[in-house]
Design a protein around this ligand. Structure first.
Ligand code: PMP
Length: 428
């Protein structure tokens, strides 16, 4: 029988070190919020394949839809012979996205590709080149998206230079002691020092900063950004790759602010485990490129389109938006209890929106020094006890929750009690 150790040795010889894995175990099979490794060990999955599985592993409706599509055709390339599932998914996304105007949707394969295309579209539509992104942002690992990603290690380390005309604005956070007013002043200064406003095509941000630490964008900031964009003719892009499709209790996290963006990038939980992503936006903006200017061989793969339509239907039929809100409240109160009991003065912050939650660990409350070592140790102790946890944050000192919204209350409680044991062991 194959062991985790033997597979790990083969992996190390065959796969580059740059592709890191959080867990040194190999998947055998998975169902909803549970996963088993090749040695038969069971895990509760609070990582959801990095926020891809809001509808859980192998949601029956998603699997059934993908299988049914496979019986017809698996690939034609939409640019050669188009097919209905692409159009149906575009129609559905246009209807779900905020904004009382005509919309169109481009489908691609990955989140980074969606962000790349959103910028291309914004440039073509405005005739401008500049892009403003925020500190701690994560928009992908391609060169343009890395240029917008606001964290050096490990993403940007040693692989520059990055595309020109990408500017950085500070993201407000308690950690950096930056208020919304400070962030807005810095943006106004950026317009005076480096970024000519009428040369800026787009401001892009994650409505809840994801890899950067699960910080919701304050509503006042989102509203102010909308005003600034309108004033200067800049397009507002919401990167909903991680926060979308129910993670925060609404279809799109930006809905919490009431602000309507011009373009939205989506991926991850849109298709419950199949690789597909998209750009949804104002029809006039989306039509800026000439035929042939957008696309890619695999963009909007039909099996992934069928899976996405089924995942979206599951979110609707199973009330997963309300479930997300309720789960978020539950996690918040349980984290507060667990932190006080298992690790007094080490859990410095509990934050997020809906079920997109993180807890941040520090060495002590007095100095609030980020404690990445403790965070790593919590994740390692959790894995040993059968819980998959992922960290996030500029300092790697937060644990984030991306558990399937379809997880039962029992599984959630089991996961939380393992979390408490892991935290207790890690501080010991
Ligand atoms: N944008 C955001 C907000 C993300 O969280 C991610 C992935 N973590 C991406 C873009 C890139 O997506 P992908 O990994 O599919 O390229």
């Amino acid at each position: 029988a194959k062991t985790n150790a033997s597979l790990l040795a083969r992996r190390q010889a065959a796969v580059p070190h740059g592709v890191a894995s959080a867990a040194p175990v190999f998947a055998s099979h998975a169902e909803n919020a549970e996963l088993w490794d090749v040695e038969g060990n069971r895990y509760i999955d609070f990582a959801g394949g990095i926020a891809v599985l809001n509808t859980g592993h192998r949601h029956p409706k998603v699997v059934e839809a993908a299988k049914a599509q496979e019986d017809h055709y698996t690939h034609t390339s939409f640019q050669v012979v188009p097919y209905e599932p692409y159009v149906a998914l575009a129609e559905k996304l246009n209807a779900l996205a905020p904004g009382d105007f005509a919309k169109k949707t481009l489908l691609v394969t990955t989140g980074a590709e969606a962000v790349e295309n959103a910028v291309k579209i914004a440039r073509a539509a405005t005739g401008r080149t500049g892009v403003i992104a925020f500190t701690g942002a994560y928009h992908g690992r391609t060169l343009l998206t890395l240029g917008m990603t606001g964290k050096i290690s490990p993403y940007k380390k040693d692989v520059g230079p990055f595309p020109a005309d990408v500017f950085r604005a500070p993201f407000p956070s308690k950690r950096n002691d930056i208020t919304v007013a400070d962030a807005l002043t810095a943006l106004e200064n950026l317009f005076l020092t480096d970024a000519q406003p009428d040369r800026i095509a787009a401001i892009i941000l994650e409505p809840v900063l994801g890899e950067g630490g699960y910080y919701p964008v304050p509503t006042e900031l989102m509203q102010a950004l909308r005003g600034i964009c309108d004033k200067h003719g800049i397009l507002l892009i919401a990167d909903e790759v991680q926060a979308g499709f129910g993670r925060t209790g609404t279809w799109f996290a930006i809905e919490h602010s009431g602000v309507v963006p011009d373009l939205i990038t989506v991926a991850k939980s849109m298709a419950g485990g199949y690789p597909i992503a998209g750009v949804i936006g104002r029809a006039d903006v989306m039509d800026a490129l000439a035929p042939g200017g957008l696309g890619g061989t695999y963009g909007g793969n039909p099996v992934a389109c069928a899976a996405a339509l089924a995942a979206i239907q599951a979110i609707e039929e199973e009330g997963l938006l309300a479930r997300s809100t309720a789960l978020g409240e539950h996690f918040r109160s349980r984290f507060a209890e667990i932190g006080a009991r298992a690790a007094p003065y080490r859990m410095w912050d509990i934050r997020g929106l809906g079920a997109m939650l993180a807890v941040e660990f520090v060495t002590d409350f007095e100095t609030a020094t980020p404690d990445a070592a403790l965070t790593k140790s919590v994740c390692a102790h959790a894995l040993k006890r059968g819980l998959i946890l992922l960290s996030c944050g500029m300092h790697g000192n937060a644990v984030r929750i991306m558990v399937p919204l379809t997880a039962s209350d029992e599984i959630i409680e089991e996961g939380l009690s393992i979390f408490e044991e892991a935290l207790t062991a890690a501080v010991a």
